[in-house]
Ligand binder design. Structure first.
Ligand SMILES: [Cu+2]
Length: 171
């Protein structure tokens, strides 16, 4: 009897992580602000025909302005490094940055978003160039980034978007 219980416990220990594995069609991100404190969340949902819908709410941003919003290549949000830890834009196609660049855009490029009077960014953004699967354009394990300035959609390598104010690893 004792042996059966041990065997059951071992089997559970091995199967539990798979049972709890995240739905492949969805992901979440928790943002870390400039000060290292939690600054918001995002929910990501993969579309059946490709692309990912991103619903985002980030607080503590400069009010009444347009800010850049990108996917960066490294899923590491370290406020002490001013979120430089997240690396460059996610760019699996090795293209240029910007919707208005001749050889753009990066897969991680997304349109500027507006921060309201309360310093909170609330948006729903669709990036048709990325996925949540294991393919080359998969963004799970990478980072969402909100910048201090708007993206000019042309300047290399990152649209002259300024400081990195909030960063969230896509999990
Ligand atoms: Cu960026």
């Amino acid at each position: 009897m004792k042996n059966i219980l041990v065997a059951t416990a071992i089997a559970f220990a091995f199967t539990a992580p798979f049972a709890m594995a995240q739905d492949k069609q969805t992901a979440t991100a928790t943002f870390v602000g400039k000060d290292g404190k939690e600054a918001g969340r995002a929910s990501l949902t993969a579309a059946a025909s490709g692309g990912v819908l991103i619903e985002v709410e980030v607080t503590g941003l400069p009010a009444n302005r347009w800010v850049a919003f990108h996917v960066h290549e490294t899923g590491k949000c370290d406020a002490a490094s001013h979120h430089e830890s997240a690396g460059k834009h996610f760019n699996p196609g090795e293209t240029e940055h910007g919707f208005l660049a001749a050889k753009g855009p990066h897969a991680g490029d997304m349109p500027n978003q507006y921060v309201g009077e309360d310093g909170t960014l609330r948006a729903q953004v669709f990036d048709s160039m990325v996925s949540l699967d294991d393919k080359k354009n998969g963004i799970r394990g990478r980072a969402l980034m909100v910048h201090a300035n708007s993206d000019d959609y042309r300047s290399q390598p990152s649209g002259d978007a300024g400081d990195r104010l909030a960063c969230g690893v896509i999990e």
